[in-house]
Ligand binder design. Structure first.
Ligand SMILES: N[C@@H](CCC(=O)N[C@@H](CS)C(=O)NCC(=O)O)C(=O)O
Length: 196
């Protein structure tokens, strides 16, 4: 299969798909920077969601990281996720979505620390609550047995939150230990956010 993955070097949603596809010679990565006018114009012209990642299998577009994962999982005969694993993935994807919202609002000039803003308060409460929910799972993951889409998502999430300073998890030893344990896994160095 000739696959083209379209995305940026910084997006955590893109990174987890890059990690999943790492080492597959049939995959080409096409980098798009939607923060720049040209990249934004191009992305809009090929993708009505105007979001990344997007996968092309020949002419067939596949939007949304979860749909992309399900598509690849089927093609590669990966073991289906259990309901508990689906819940963990939902929690991680929601943490990322919340972080992306907060980051975008801040970039757009909004004071995200405004405690009178109902939307912001709910967004900010969600991250610690979901981080707490997944902590026992995070602590139990081992790189030698569990380098899979879920841990790839967790690594991408933690790295990105630190990079964008969206949520400080340094008070959560299970999270910092996870990054240390998984940082040498296959594909991590190759998908690292390039230094400016
Ligand atoms: N549900 C989507 C979310 C993707 C998403 O939010 N991507 C961000 C980059 S991290 C994006 O494209 N943001 C641009 C925008 O929403 O304008 C997925 O899982 O792929």
């Amino acid at each position: 299969m000739a696959l083209t993955l379209i995305g940026s070097y910084t997006s955590p949603y893109v990174r987890k798909i890059r990690l999943l596809l790492h080492g597959d010679p049939s995959v080409t990565f096409q980098a798009v920077n939607y923060f720049e006018e040209e990249g934004n114009k191009y992305l809009k012209s090929i993708n009505p969601f105007n979001q990344i990642p997007m996968l092309l299998d020949g002419d067939q577009p596949i939007y949304d990281s979860r749909v992309i994962f399900n598509y690849i999982a089927k093609k590669k005969n990966l073991k289906p996720l259990t309901i508990d694993e689906e819940n963990i993935l939902s929690a991680m994807d929601t943490i990322i979505a919340t972080g992306v919202n907060l980051f975008s609002l801040k970039k757009g000039g909004v004071d995200i620390d405004d405690s009178s803003n109902y939307f912001l308060v709910r967004q900010k409460e969600r991250i610690p609550s979901l981080m707490k929910m997944i902590t026992p799972w995070v602590a139990a993951q081992k790189p030698e047995n569990n380098w899979n889409y879920l841990t790839m998502t967790m690594y991408s999430l933690l790295y990105w939150m630190n990079f964008r300073e969206v949520y400080d998890y340094s008070h959560m030893p299970e999270m910092t230990a996870f990054v240390e344990r998984f940082k040498n896994c296959p594909g991590v160095a190759e998908t690292d956010i390039p230094k400016a």
